[in-house]
Design a protein around this ligand. Structure first.
Ligand SMILES: Cc1ncc(COP(=O)(O)O)c(C=O)c1O
Length: 437
């Protein structure tokens, strides 16, 4: 028993009361509950890094537009399944101005969070060609995507990209894609949980192989523009958000508004289907849909069946936010930059106290500072480390649930930590290092 920052006996008792066989193996929600309970019992605030939720106020332009739309009565009216026209136009403009990518507004579809976009894409993609029934994940990744495949009964393959960065990615991807069973592959960029970002070399490899093997790339841009090493804030001017769209025309993009606009509660995201894929005809689709065209099957088959479109008022919110951004009147990136600045300070505190970054490089460049980072402490597995850190008032999640093979690693999310907690974090990490170093 040690002089831990949070009283040892109270933490132990709360763990016992939760009846957890191991804190390290607990789910994100269980850890959240445990920490809630300890905070209540001790009156002490944790450094809560377990949940990946926005820590900023929602974008006011969106809120105002949504309130105005509701007052005008849109709540009574079904929106078009594939989105209201002004929103589709602004999504198309956004992709052009910030990604240098041309997509017809027809393929720009609002969805109920980007999670519905991925659900719809998985559903439709594995029905295009009889022999292509499997989704490939470039891990680590967001566990809910695999859960979506599981509930859909879709087989998955995956690998941890840790050992396959740069040119090594080509051989590894070919191993999977050359078998002919992969309908689509998915990764997030910047990556949840590791915050690695693919380099242009890697995106080019992914694009080239997607072309070679006719596999659709699903690029999840939930943290759009948050690789703060590159300032992509000027509409229509380089640099742009890095993307596979520069190397293939066989893609679906998911652009969430949850983190970039702090709009998670309204559950609105964007699915952007390339013109090429939108117009692709695949006769096998007729087994499930009234059309053999991917775009029509997606909209009038899958999205219609799922929710018949997306909340009408939230579409006005998103349209207004995007219009202000596209017109150069609102710099959304300067708002979320705070995440990167906090990460830089917090990472240093961990590193100064004996911790290591698990995913630390994009090829030879140090990874960006952003929403997440990954940590380990020599001599501990991820599970053991979570278990220990709870006594020091720090919570995080294990990388094991993300498809990472780095069993020593934890994911830390910076969003909910306020700067006035930094002295606490520093003190607690020092104590931890003192006790375990
Ligand atoms: C990689 C990734 N994709 C998708 C999502 C979900 O986005 P949305 O809230 O738009 O459904 C998240 C949210 O944490 C995420 O981290």
């Amino acid at each position: 028993m040690k002089d831990t920052p949070i009283p040892f006996e109270i933490v132990e008792k709360q763990i016992e009361l939760m009846n957890l066989s191991s804190v390290g193996k607990a789910s994100i929600r269980e850890i959240k509950r445990l920490v809630d309970n300890i905070e209540q019992a001790t009156g002490q605030k944790y450094i809560r890094m377990e949940m990946g939720i926005p820590g900023l106020a929602p974008c006011q332009i969106g809120v105002d537009a949504e309130v105005a739309a509701l007052k005008e009565g849109v709540a009574a009216i079904y929106p078009d399944i594939d989105g209201i026209k002004p929103l589709k136009n602004e999504i198309s403009r956004f992709v052009k101005l910030f990604m240098n990518t041309e997509v017809n507004p027809g393929g720009c579809i609002p969805t109920v969070g980007s999670m519905q976009g991925s659900f719809a894409a998985f559903t439709t993609l594995v029905r295009m060609y009889k022999e292509r029934d499997t989704i490939l994940f470039i891990d680590p990744g967001f566990p809910v995507h695999k859960q979506q495949c599981k509930v859909l009964g879709i087989p998955v393959e995956s690998f941890d990209v840790y050992n396959y960065r740069g040119e090594k990615l080509r051989k590894k991807l070919e191993e999977h894609l050359s078998k002919g069973n992969i309908a689509g592959l998915l990764y997030s960029n910047p990556n949840n949980p590791s915050w690695i970002c693919f380099t242009e070399t890697e995106l080019k490899i992914i694009g080239e192989l997607a072309n070679k093997y006719n596999v659709v790339v699903m690029e999840d841009l939930a943290y759009f523009a948050m690789d703060f090493r590159r300032d992509v804030s000027k509409p229509g001017e380089p640099p742009f958000q890095s993307s596979v769209t520069q190397y293939t025309d066989n893609y679906v993009l998911f652009i969430s508004s949850s983190k970039v606009f702090s709009y998670a509660g309204q559950r609105i995201g964007m699915m952007v289907v390339s013109d090429h894929l939108f117009n692709t005809k695949a006769p096998d689709l007729l087994r499930y849909y009234g059309s053999d065209s991917f775009g029509r099957a997606m909209i009038f088959g899958t999205v219609y069946a799922l929710s018949s479109g997306t909340s009408h008022s939230a579409q006005y919110a998103l349209a207004a936010m995007l219009k202000a951004i596209n017109d150069g009147e609102y710099d959304f990136i300067s708002v979320v930059k705070e995440y990167g600045e906090k990460a830089k300070i917090m990472k240093k505190m961990f590193l100064d106290n004996g911790f290591k970054l698990v995913y630390d490089k994009d090829e030879d460049e140090p990874i960006a500072d952003g929403f997440y980072f990954t940590i380990s402490y020599p001599g501990f597995s991820g599970e053991e480390l979570i278990e220990k850190l709870v006594y020091y008032g720090i919570s995080a999640i294990s990388l094991a649930i993300t498809g990472s093979e780095r069993m020593e690693g934890l994911r830390a999310c910076v969003s909910l930590i306020s700067r006035d907690q930094f002295p606490d974090l520093e003190y607690r990490l020092k104590k931890f290092h003192e006790h375990h170093g």
